[in-house]
Design a protein around this ligand. Structure first.
Ligand SMILES: *Cc1c(COP(=O)(O)O)cnc(C)c1O
Length: 234
C-alpha cells in the first residue's frame, strides 16, 4: 500500500517538475529528483528503484551503508546529504557517488585521499549556509570561493556545484530571496570553474521556487515517502 502511493507521489512530482520547467522555459531533463530516503527501509527504496528512480539521498552513514549493501544489485546513485564528521569520511568515500554537504577543506581533502582507486572521482557540492543561520552547516558566501579553489586541486573528487538548505518559509517570496542568492553564487562559481553544473536546492515544501531559480537537483523526502516518524528529521 505505502509503496504504491510512494510511486504515485513521485510521478506527481515528476509531472509537476515538467510543468514548472515548461512554464519557465527550462529544460526538464536538466532537473533531477533526488529521493531522500533517510529513515526509510531498503524495501521502500527498492520499490522506487524498480520504477526507475535511481538517485537517493541519505543523511546518516551507518543507516545508509546497511541499505547500500542490501541494494547492491540495483544501479542506484547514492548521494550523501548530511553533516559530515571527520571520522566518517572513509565510509562516505567508499560508498557514495555524490556528496552535497562539503563545508570545510579537511573533509574534502580526506574524501579525496580515501576515495578507492577503482572508483570514479567522487562528485562534490559545497554546502552554502545561504541565510547565515547559526544552526545550519555550510560555508558563508564569502568563504565559498577559497574552498572551491582548494577542492579543484584534489585529484579524486570533482567539484560539481553548490547545495543549500535555506531557512524554512511558507511565504514563496521569501523562498525566492534565498534561492536567487544561490543562483547568483552558482553563476559566479561557474565562471571560475568550468566543470560546475549542479545546483542542489529545493525540498518538499519549496522545490517549485528552487526550480524557477535554476535548481538542477531537488532533494525530496516527505512529499515522496510521506511524513517521517523520527522526530529529529521532521
Ligand atoms: C531531509 C532532507 C531533505 C528532504 O526533506 P523533505 O522536507 O522531507 O523533502 C532534503 N535535503 C536535506 C539535506 C535533508 O536533510
Amino acid at each position: 500500500m505505502t509503496d504504491i502511493s510512494s510511486i504515485s507521489r513521485l510521478q506527481a512530482i515528476q509531472q509537476n517538475v515538467e510543468r514548472i520547467a515548461l512554464e519557465h522555459n527550462l529544460n526538464a531533463e536538466q532537473i533531477q529528483i533526488i529521493a531522500v530516503s533517510k529513515t526509510r527501509s531498503a524495501e521502500e527504496i527498492r520499490t522506487l528503484a524498480c520504477h526507475g528512480q535511481l538517485a537517493f539521498g541519505e543523511n546518516y552513514i551507518q543507516e545508509a551503508i546497511e541499505k547500500i549493501s542490501l541494494l547492491q544489485d540495483l544501479a542506484i546513485n547514492w548521494h550523501f546529504i548530511g553533516p559530515i564528521q571527520k571520522n566518517k569520511t572513509k565510509q562516505i568515500a567508499e560508498n557514495f557517488d555524490w556528496v552535497h554537504s562539503i563545508d570545510r577543506e579537511i573533509i574534502a581533502t580526506r574524501l579525496s585521499a580515501q576515495r578507492p582507486g577503482d572508483k570514479n572521482a567522487l562528485n562534490i557540492c559545497i554546502q552554502v549556509n545561504i541565510d547565515e543561520e547559526s544552526t545550519k552547516s555550510g560555508v558563508i558566501a564569502k568563504d565559498l570561493f577559497v574552498l572551491a579553489d582548494h577542492i579543484e586541486t584534489l585529484p579524486n573528487i570533482n567539484l560539481r556545484g553548490l547545495m543549500a538548505i535555506p531557512s524554512m518559509h511558507d511565504d514563496v517570496a521569501q523562498q525566492y530571496r534565498s534561492f536567487e542568492k544561490m543562483q547568483y553564487l552558482f553563476t559566479t562559481l561557474q565562471q571560475q570553474h568550468n566543470m560546475v553544473d549542479t545546483l542542489s536546492m529545493g525540498m518538499s515544501n519549496d522545490y517549485p521556487a528552487a526550480i524557477q531559480c535554476g535548481a538542477t537537483m531537488v532533494r525530496i523526502g516527505t512529499a515522496i515517502f510521506g511524513p517521517r516518524k523520527n522526530k529529529k528529521d521532521n
